[in-house]
Design a protein around this ligand. Structure first.
Ligand SMILES: NC(=O)c1ccc[n+]([C@@H]2O[C@H](COP(=O)([O-])OP(=O)(O)OC[C@H]3O[C@@H](n4cnc5c(N)ncnc54)[C@H](OP(=O)(O)O)[C@@H]3O)[C@@H](O)[C@H]2O)c1
Length: 244
């Protein structure tokens, strides 16, 4: 049976690196389904960068902060495949608004995008998960240590990493392995606008004394997807953050 992968928010940063790793290693009869939220140009560029692929690549646009759009996305996935072997739920947004300036809509948007919609997407896709399939959620080190600069983001990432553990039980009828990844500071557009002083201050706290690359996170993700005995865990990838 062909291997079918699904990655959400897969056209930039960490998600794109994961898609590239999976597609590069894929066989001719494999299928890789990639969601993206808004940026058609980034999707077109990914398609072009992977033009010499052996497998089939399907790009599906859907705003994963919206319940109805997620339902339409799930239906499109069902039209493409009758099973999923690897699923990476990578969508995540944050806010740097001070806590005092939060509105209920700001809070709900982050929680919906990072936790609620991914949970309901799993509910929709549950019948498609193959026996011994693998599911990976993108968490964050911010979900393990409190960051005053983005309270709701930290809370949402803590929640999604606990969701991963909880789903080990929920999806056990087909022995689906569920894990999460907790990256530290990774060099993506997420870091746009960071000052040199901020880079230097953070680098001093990282054992590797540099930010990680999306490819380093993708490599870890690929290892997790390939190892059926990894389940119920959260894997750190932060270069030794906060040891100094
Ligand atoms: N970079 C870091 O330091 C770091 C650290 C810890 C965890 N993470 C986590 O890693 C994941 C990826 O982040 P990244 O650093 O790779 O950032 P990124 O390059 O900004 O990628 C974020 C992706 O999310 C998509 N997206 C945003 N809103 C969406 C929505 N409503 N529906 C569907 N897709 C949406 C974007 O696509 P469109 O533009 O097309 O919407 C984009 O492809 C996130 O979950 C983030 O929390 C990142």
């Amino acid at each position: 049976m062909s291997n079918v992968s699904l990655i959400t928010s897969g056209t930039s940063g960490i998600g794109k690196a994961i898609v590239k790793k999976i597609v590069t290693e894929a066989a001719a009869d494999d299928l890789v389904i990639v969601n993206y939220g808004h940026n058609d140009e980034a999707a077109r560029q990914l398609d072009e960068e992977l033009s010499d692929r052996a497998c089939r690549l399907v790009l599906i646009k859907a705003d994963m902060s919206d319940y109805d759009e997620m339902l339409v996305f799930a239906q499109k996935v069902r039209e493409e495949t009758d099973h999923i072997d690897w699923c990476v739920l990578n969508t995540g947004i944050g806010t740097y608004l001070p806590f005092e300036e939060y509105t209920i809509d700001v809070w709900r948007n982050v929680m919906d995008t990072n936790v609620t919609i991914p949970a309901f997407l799993v509910k929709e896709l549950k019948p498609l998960f193959a026996e011994d399939s693998n599911l990976v959620f993108m968490g964050s080190h911010a979900g393990q240590a409190p960051y005053s600069s983005s309270v709701v983001y930290s809370v949402s990432k803590a929640a999604v990493m606990f969701l991963a553990k909880s789903l080990v039980k929920v999806l056990n009828d087909k022995r689906v392995a569920v894990n999460s990844i907790a990256p530290g500071f990774i060099e993506t557009r997420w870091q746009n606008g960071r000052s040199d002083e901020s880079y230097e201050r953070i680098n001093r706290k990282i054992g590797a004394h540099r930010f990680g690359t999306p490819e380093e996170v993708a490599s870890l993700c690929y290892e997790i997807l390939n190892n059926d005995y990894l389940s119920g865990s959260c894997y750190d990838v932060h270069g030794g953050y906060d040891y100094f």
